[in-house]
Structure formats: structure tokens, C-alpha cells
Design a protein around this ligand. Structure first.
Ligand SMILES: O=C(O)CCC(=O)C(=O)O
Ligand SMILES: [Fe+2]
Length: 466
């Protein structure tokens, strides 16, 4: 049985062994499925830009008897130094049937292997690795730890290019590649990526300013190993890239860190017009919830959440509402434009015993000993003291309430889950738990958005829904 004193990794392991809570099953309706896939479409590429280190961006290199320290700045004045770097490079090969092949009709650029250069950028400490994890991995995988293994430096002078190819996986754990495009002035050389009939072209020159006095930035692109990609010809200047192999790391889950100075360009998530184009026909469809009901949405993005909470007046959800991103924000606005009132709730899932109760609270619950009757189940405490709503309760829970004999303690709500409740965006509070001996327990609550709708034609009338 689950030990309430256990910490998050034990909790995660315990959770992953449980079958899906029937109260969290997804709603089935063709229009719901279309909305769900727009809100949760998985990305095959993620990209963005990040500040260069405060002291400047340096490359140290040594190869073929040439060595240097190059300061990469966003101007073309340093092109002599860039020419020197280019001369120090070897012609770049590419992998065919496990062999390295040199063919300048397929790949024309210079390269340095990782034992011939170094760069003063620590992609982990600047939050870039975290941005790649969040941008690329789906909600099931997004807490998996990853590492980036430095691979090569590439220099593309005028007329250089790399024709369409997939990167050769190096080892079982490799799942993708990360490319940094440094802020050296160049034109052309966009990186075009293709997967499953989808194409995304990343032109770093549109995001990196080459004005002499602008703050230099580094562009990044990360993609899965099965994504075909090509570098279009460089028209002028020098395009310098650093490549990394991305690997999964076989360790416990990691906590996400706030991303500072980092701007994610893609995936951008569904936009408000895209969400409206799917949400509005769903709400206008008379076959969908003919008597009205409540829609439930797991959040798509990962948010930095506080680790301490006030027992009674916590404002975490209010603050988060102002900070929703991407598809989550688009959904929120699409609802308010229909005069609906989307509300953020925490969801507590009881993992003890057979009841698997789900309780939605309008704020983060921090249980103190005053709230707690010895032996009373946590979900009942949430219903009694934190305005908790019982979500999709099973017959066992309904019976357990009926037999507790102390009157109705909870409102019930039937939630039609449109997008799944993810394991991410979870808050953790501590409480004194009573067993054979007093001990500390942890209460985990996941954040979701609930939207009540009236019947077709009067969707914004939600007064008597309970
Ligand atoms: O330089 C780039 O943008 C991509 C390089 C690449 O695809 C590779 O090294 O395999
Ligand atoms: Fe490649």
C-alpha cells in the first residue's frame, strides 16, 4: 500500500503502477477528438533563442597546426577571424552505412571534432536543455532527464550546404540532435526539417540580430532522430553551428527549472483562432452535452510553481491564471470570448485503498492538524474544508459517503475530460498524517482547467450546474 510519508519519486512510481483512474477517462466525441489533438499536437522540432554568456561568446580551437580564440559577435567586422576558423576546419563528411563519406555535392562545409574546440556555453545552466526537454518531449516523457553530448562544430562559408539527411543515432539512448546557430553574420543557410508530411523551416538570421550594437543571441533547434533535415546554401558570411547528440539519461525524474533569458519560438502551440475554430463548433453541436456539463483540460505547458503555500489564502492558481502560455492561454481566451468562465482547479487523486477518489479544489490545499479528524480520509477533509468537488465519483465513494452518516459533505461534478490531466504541474504540500504512529505525509495536487457549459444555444448559462 502507498505510504503517505514517501517522497515524490516513490509517489511517481506508485502512480505509474496504478491503472488509469476511471474518473479521468477522456470524453469521446469526434469534435472533442479534433480539439484534443489541436491542443496537444506533439512537436518534432523545438527552437528558440537564448542570451550569449555575459562575458561574451568565445570559441577556442586548434586543428591542422592552426589555433585561435574567436570572439563571436553579431557583426561582419570579424570576418578575418572567421576565415581563420574556417581554414582550421576539416572538410565535413557524413555517415553512409556506418562509414564516413566525403562528397561535396552532398555536404559542403568545414567541421571540427569535439576534441579540437571548446565553447564557453553551459547549455544546462542557462536552461537550454530544459527548454529542449519541455519543447520536444510529450507530456508523458517531459520529466525524463536528458543530456546533450557535444558533437561537432560546423562552419558554412559562402555556397556551403548540407542536403537532406537523418542523423545517425549514436548509441541506444540517443533520441535527437541539438544545433546551436551562433550569432556570426550570414545570409541564407536556413535549416529545413521534415517529419510525417509536416515541414518547418528555421531561418536563424530572422531571429538573430546582426546589428553591431544589438545584444547577441544564440539560436537553437532540437529535433528527434527520425526527422529529415537539410541546410540550405549560405549566400554570404559565415554560418557557425555547434551540434550535440541528445540522450535520455536513466535516472529518476527531474524537477523543472525556471527558464531565464530564454525565448521559445516553436512549438508555439495552438493559437486562439485555431482553438476557437474547433471549440465553437463543438459547443454549437446539439449532440454534445445536450444538458450542459463541465469540460476538463489538463494544462499543456509546464509552469514554475511555488513550493510553499499559505494554509488558507493561497493565490497560486490566481497568479497562474495570469501566466498561462501558448495553447493553454489560447484555450482560456477562446472560452472567455464565449462568455464562459474557465477556472483553474487542483485535482487530488486518492491513491489509497479502492476508492481512488478525485477531488477538485479551487485553491492549493494545505492541511493543518486543525482540519484533520484522526483517521478521516484526505479526500473527505478536502471536501469539508477546501470546497472540494468530488469528480466523477465511483459507486464505492458514493456508498462510503452515504454510510458516513454525517450528512452531505461534498458537491459532485461530472467532468468530461477533453485533454488528459498530465503528471506535470503538480504542487506538493505536507501534512501531519496519523497511522499507528504520527508521521508526515505529502499531498500532491495536479492543476487543470474546468469550464462549465449550459445546454446548446445557452452554453454560457451555467447557474444551476453542480
Ligand atoms: O549545421 C546545421 O544546422 C545542421 C548540421 C547537421 O545536420 C549535422 O551535423 O548533422
Ligand atoms: Fe544532421
Amino acid at each position: 500500500m502507498y505510504d503517505p510519508s514517501s517522497d515524490s519519486e516513490d509517489y511517481d512510481q506508485h502512480q505509474s503502477q496504478l491503472p488509469l483512474n476511471p474518473g479521468l477517462g477522456l470524453a469521446q466525441h469526434p469534435r472533442v477528438q479534433a480539439l484534443r489533438s489541436a491542443l496537444s499536437e506533439s512537436a518534432f522540432v523545438t527552437c528558440g533563442t537564448v542570451d550569449v554568456p555575459q562575458d561574451g561568446l568565445f570559441i577556442f580551437y586548434s586543428n591542422n597546426g592552426r589555433a585561435g580564440r574567436l570572439v563571436v559577435v553579431n557583426s561582419s567586422r570579424h570576418s578575418e577571424a572567421l576565415d581563420d576558423l574556417e581554414k582550421a576546419c576539416d572538410p565535413a563528411t557524413f555517415g553512409v552505412d556506418q562509414r564516413d563519406v566525403l562528397d561535396v555535392s552532398y555536404r559542403k562545409s568545414g567541421k571540427l571534432d569535439r576534441d579540437h574546440f571548446s565553447l564557453n556555453v553551459d547549455i544546462e545552466s542557462i536552461g537550454l536543455l530544459e527548454a529542449v526537454r519541455i519543447g520536444l518531449l510529450s507530456s508523458n516523457d517531459e520529466k525524463k532527464p536528458i543530456r546533450a553530448e557535444l558533437y561537432k562544430l560546423n562552419v558554412y562559408g559562402k555556397d556551403s550546404f548540407f542536403k537532406p539527411h537523418k542523423d545517425t543515432p549514436r548509441g541506444d539512448t540517443m533520441f535527437g540532435s541539438l544545433v546551436l546557430v551562433l550569432p556570426s553574420a550570414h545570409e541564407g543557410g536556413s535549416l529545413v526539417l521534415r517529419h510525417d508530411n509536416r515541414e518547418y523551416a528555421f531561418d536563424a538570421t530572422q531571429h538573430l540580430s546582426f546589428l553591431p550594437h544589438a545584444t547577441p543571441r544564440i539560436a537553437y533547434v532540437a529535433f528527434f532522430s527520425d526527422v529529415e533535415h537539410e541546410v540550405k546554401p549560405v549566400a554570404s558570411g559565415h554560418r557557425i553551428t555547434i551540434t550535440y547528440n541528445l540522450h535520455f539519461v536513466d535516472e529518476g525524474h527531474v524537477e523543472s527549472r525556471f527558464l531565464n533569458g530564454l525565448d521559445v519560438i516553436h512549438p508555439r502551440g495552438a493559437t486562439r483562432p485555431e482553438v476557437e475554430a474547433l471549440l465553437n463548433p463543438l459547443l454549437n453541436d446539439p449532440s454534445f452535452l445536450p444538458e450542459g456539463g463541465t469540460l476538463g483540460f489538463g494544462l499543456r505547458h509546464l509552469y514554475p510553481l511555488p513550493t510553499t503555500f499559505h494554509p488558507q489564502v493561497d493565490d497560486t492558481l490566481e497568479v497562474l491564471k495570469q501566466r498561462l502560455k501558448g495553447a493553454d492561454e489560447a484555450l482560456f481566451r477562446a472560452c472567455t470570448a464565449r462568455c464562459l468562465v474557465p477556472v483553474l482547479y487542483t485535482i487530488f487523486e486518492d491513491t489509497e485503498g479502492n476508492s481512488r477518489a478525485l477531488v477538485a479544489c479551487p485553491r492549493v490545499a494545505k492541511i493543518s492538524t486543525h482540519d484533520q479528524d484522526h483517521d478521516e480520509e484526505v479526500w473527505k477533509i478536502l471536501c469539508r474544508h477546501f470546497d472540494g468537488l468530488l469528480i466523477n465519483p465511483s459507486q464505492t465513494i458514493v456508498d462510503s459517503l452515504a454510510s458516513s452518516g454525517d450528512g452531505p459533505i461534498a458537491s459532485r461534478r461530472h467532468v468530461n475530460w477533453i485533454t488528459p490531466l498530465s503528471q506535470a504541474n503538480r504542487v506538493k504540500t505536507r501534512f501531519a498524517a496519523y497511522g499507528n504512529e504520527p508521521m508526515m505525509g505529502y499531498l500532491y495536487q495536479r492543476i487543470c482547467m474546468l469550464v462549465s457549459v449550459g445546454p446548446p444555444g445557452r452554453r454560457y448559462e451555467v447557474g444551476n450546474l453542480s
